[in-house]
Design a protein around this ligand. Structure first.
Ligand code: SAH
Length: 349
């Protein structure tokens, strides 16, 4: 089956040319798909015969809302989508003064194995297609009836481990005739895959790169993030420096604050030394507790922040949104999927 929604307008033109259709069909179909149609019959400006043909030959992904949790505290909405093959992914809609931000997933599960993260507990099931990443934006907008102005790729999965499809998604979501979200309104978060960071740098996109650092030394970082065994903090920081030199875009470093693990004064000092002379910014994230993990949130977040600031490093503390609807990303999917395979009653909490 042909996945039209993952195609660029140029690819659609080539596809419709093959079918002997006029060139303008490409943009007609592109607009319908990006507008969130749920069947080919909704494409009312196409001849019926063409619609029938598309139905036979093409895929039309329409994720179903499996769960929708709305925060009573701040209006954050967490969606669990059921994909066409039965797998589930999460998307979160966050409301800020400057507009709505959607946090999208890039894979079903994840292979990176970070010990504090719920998304990686069952490993990676599969990569999402560009259309399935895009669907999260389109159908969140459709479901909540509000415009989305920013995207963060911080949901389930490691986006740079699904490089080509993620890049395709970025091209599509950026298109003026589609969702039309500018690169400067998109952030992409990575656990630090250096080859792919270099590859991304060469593309010179104006998006914001966030790097999940979480520790300033190899010993602690390897304990938290197995990916560090292959890369190491020094190589990662060299790569980040290069990224800035090539793109001119400052990197945002994410640092989940974990009690007694990475929140000491000496670690703040070490982090400050690591970032010295590098235009970057540290985003301290209060750890979300994951049921399967013994790690606890740090009680020293403010102190750590002040220590960084006093050493010339800009650091902000991430505001926690949707605290009442579920814990960190990946947990809802896990609960629902596990509930179904093992104990069905668990899925209904
Ligand atoms: N694979 C990407 C995107 C992951 S999620 C990456 O590693 O960056 C986005 C951020 O949330 C990452 O910085 C990730 O390390 C962090 N994170 C994951 N689980 C968390 C938890 N339980 N508490 C706080 N931050 C967490």
């Amino acid at each position: 089956m042909t996945d039209l929604k993952s195609m660029t307008p140029e690819e659609l033109e080539a596809y419709f040319k093959e079918l002997g259709q006029p060139k303008f069909r490409a943009m007609q179909v592109f607009r319908w798909l990006h507008g969130g149609v749920e069947s080919f019959d909704e494409m009312t400006n196409l001849p019926k015969t063409l619609r029938e043909r598309l139905k036979e030959e093409c895929l039309l992904t329409v994720p179903q809302v499996e769960r929708r949790q709305v925060s009573q505290l701040d209006g954050t909405i967490k969606y669990l989508w059921r994909l066409s093959d039965g797998n589930c992914v999460e998307t979160v809609l966050m409301r800020y003064k400057h507009g709505n931000t959607v946090c999208v997933s890039s894979q079903v599960g994840c292979n990176m194995g970070c010990v504090f993260c719920a998304s990686t507990l069952g490993g990676k099931v599969r990569d999402l297609t560009a259309a399935e990443i895009l669907d999260q934006v389109i159908f969140t907008e459709k479901d909540c009836g509000e415009t989305i102005s920013n995207i963060v790729m911080m949901g389930i999965g490691e986006p740079l481990d699904n490089f080509d499809r993620v890049l395709r998604f970025l091209t599509l979501v950026n298109h003026p005739d589609g969702v039309n979200i500018g690169m400067r309104h998109i952030s992409l978060s990575t656990c630090g895959l250096v080859k792919q960071i270099d590859k991304l740098a060469r593309l010179g996109l104006q998006l914001t790169l966030s790097v999940s650092l979480h520790a300033p030394d190899d010993e602690t970082r390897t304990r938290l993030m197995p990916v560090n065994r292959a890369v190491g903090v020094d190589l990662l920081m060299d790569t980040c420096r290069r990224y800035f030199e090539t793109t001119g875009r400052r990197i945002s470093y994410e640092y989940a604050m974990i009690d007694g693990v990475n929140d000491g004064d000496e670690q703040a000092d070490r982090l400050a030394r690591l970032l010295k002379g590098q235009p970057g910014h540290v985003n301290l994230i209060p750890l979300n507790e994951v049921a399967e993990s013994p790690l606890k949130p740090s009680r020293r977040v403010r102190q750590f922040q002040q220590r960084l600031e006093s050493r010339g490093v800009t650091a902000t503390v991430r505001r926690k949104l949707g605290g009442d609807i579920d814990a960190s990303c990946g947990q809802l999917r896990r609960r629902i999927m596990e509930g179904e395979t093992h104990t069905p009653e668990e899925g209904s909490t």
